[in-house]
Design a protein around this ligand. Structure first.
Ligand code: C2O
Ligand code: CU
Length: 538
């Protein structure tokens, strides 16, 4: 991949991660914090896991090992299959079953605070990894939850106040798979034919150590690395047989967005989105996958020749600001360095190899792609509890920081409009706050600002999965045409990529649990910058 950072290195300062903690503002945990230190004896766990956040040195590139953060796990109770260690820096894969009760003893052995969020899981506030529950080095937090989610692919990662980006970047992430009755009936490819693919981008120093950019513009855009890793390995090749596979793909990158496609032009067949399997398979030319989004693919290598190779790629796209209003457009093309860098955020001009599948063995039998997968009740406006209310999530920017609903993150605060009655179904509209941008543009100094306003934002809402009701593009054509066929809108989602000019309406249930539940941009640099808020469910 061409390295945009390299090209513009004269504008940027690199900071080795070792010195990072002295650069970012320190974080003090509130004095009166509540920690769930001990197990609840009334909670009868089927699975118990000890999970520790610690440092480790792992092989990633040829040569020196890389110093990373890593979740290490130990199964204390439950089926052996519940925990699968991976080589590299990723945490173990946690394999749960719907209905199981899970207890996780989380230990922090890092010299900075840490908290773990179970991304995609429907769990109580105290178990959700809100940053207010961060623990210090040497402390323990006991997470206990029942697996209510249906079969699908979720994940866990650190969610520490202002440290999520750097902690996840250094390795604090892992996959969660969930199985259920309905999925087992489908007899999808399992075992060695069920392959997890966690896609992340990283940059390295000459000494193979992780490198993270601290330049202001880089932070506005989000981190983009020059090396793609799959399951923590670079240059990844997976040997496959001539049959069908299930690929569970997670974009675990801080901010990079992938346009996933097969190298030979074969359409992509999706069988699942963030939170669950689809009602029926969907075929697309490519899939857009923003940070934190998951997609499950059906990859059938039947009929391919042993010795041949098929590559999962990320294709170039724009999805950027080229279609902004006239004045803006000219401003952009006037191109100062800073603006160029902003532009890199929304577009990706290179074709990148993500992972190679090399066909090594001929087999005669392959499972067939089912016509239908699992029943999904399509939510419509009729399901919304109060048909007259729409909960807004505006994407805005002020003082060189992105915000949501006009405000940056406040640990335990929420606004009137962020109050959600429990056990309701809400219609939520996510859109760019053009008023703010319009002002900036008319004010004339807005070139750079306007550009930044046009970034795509992967918006994630904690708690139950939602459905996409509609997508409306206010600036159709142009750049949007390079991404528009890659969205899957029929399934359960917890993160939705909102492109520049786009307005997305979703329907989301807020059942069972009261308390503070986060909604935020999953561009982790944006999140740490304060592009995060609480919903107060009561
Ligand atoms: Cu994956 Cu609030 O996060
Ligand atoms: Cu964002």
């Amino acid at each position: 991949m061409t390295n945009i950072n390299f090209k513009r290195r004269q504008f940027l300062q690199y900071a080795a991660l070792g010195t990072l903690s002295t650069v970012i503002p320190g974080f003090a945990i509130a004095e009166n914090r509540i920690i769930n230190k001990t197990p609840n004896s009334a909670f009868n766990a089927d699975i118990e896991i000890a999970l520790t956040a610690q440092t480790a040195d792992v092989p990633i590139l040829p040569g020196a090992h890389t110093h990373v953060f890593k979740y290490t796990g130990k199964l204390l109770k439950g089926p052996q299959t519940a925990l699968k260690e991976l080589p590299g820096y990723l945490g173990p894969i946690l394999n749960f079953e719907q209905g199981q009760k899970v207890r996780i003893f989380f230990h922090n052995q890092l010299t900075e605070p840490c908290v773990t969020h179970w991304h995609g899981m429907h769990v109580p506030q105290m178990m959700d990894g809100h940053p207010m529950y961060a623990i210090h080095q040497g402390e323990q937090y006991v997470y206990e939850f029942e697996v209510k989610n249906p079969a699908g692919t979720n994940w866990y990662h650190s969610h520490t106040h202002e440290l999520t980006a750097t902690q996840v970047y250094q390795g604090l992430a892992g996959l969660i798979t969930i199985t259920d009755e309905a999925e087992r009936k489908l007899d999808l490819p399992g075992g060695e034919y069920d392959i997890p693919l966690v896609i992340q981008d990283r940059s390295f120093t000459h000494g193979n150590q992780l490198r993270y950019l601290m330049n202001m513009h880089q932070r506005m855009r989000g981190f983009l690395g020059d090396t793609l890793l799959v399951n923590g390995q670079s240059d990844h090749t997976i040997p496959v047989k001539t049959r069908a596979y299930r690929l569970r793909i997670l974009n675990g990158s801080n901010s990079r967005i992938y346009k996933l496609a097969w190298s030979d032009g074969t359409p992509v067949t999706a069988i699942g989105t963030d939170g669950a399997l689809l009602a029926k398979p969907e075929t697309l030319p490519y899939v857009m996958l923003g940070p934190a989004e998951r997609v499950e693919l059906w990859a059938d290598f039947s009929g391919r020749k042993p010795g041949s190779e098929l590559t999962l790629q990320s294709l170039p796209y724009q999805g950027s600001a080229a279609h902004m209003g006239g004045g803006m457009g000219r401003g952009m093309h006037g191109g100062r360095g800073g603006m160029g860098m902003m532009d890199g955020a929304a577009s990706q001009s290179d074709k990148d190899t993500i992972v190679r599948f090399s066909v090594t063995e001929q087999v005669s039998d392959s499972p067939k792609l089912p016509d239908t997968l699992v029943p999904i009740h399509r939510l419509t406006v009729k399901d919304v509890s109060d048909p007259n209310s729409v909960v807004p999530i505006t994407i805005g920017m002020r003082h060189m920081a992105f915000n949501l609903n006009g405000r940056t993150f406040e640990m335990q605060n929420y606004m009137e409009r962020e109050k959600i009655p429990v056990n309701t179904v809400q219609r939520i509209k996510i859109f760019h706050d053009n008023r703010a941008m319009g002002g900036g543009m008319r004010g004339g100094r807005g070139g750079g600002m306007g550009m930044m306003m046009t970034l795509p934002h992967p918006i994630h809402i904690h708690g139950q999965q939602f459905q996409i009701l509609s997508r409306k593009q206010n600036n159709p054509g142009g750049a949007y045409d390079t991404v528009k066929d890659g969205f899957i809108n029929s399934g359960w989602k917890d993160t939705v990529l909102v492109m520049p000019g786009e307005e997305v309406e979703i329907i989301k249930p807020f059942k069972d649990y009261t308390g503070l539940f986060l909604y935020h941009c999953h561009n982790l640099e944006h999140e740490d910058m304060g592009m995060m808020r609480n919903f107060f469910v009561s």
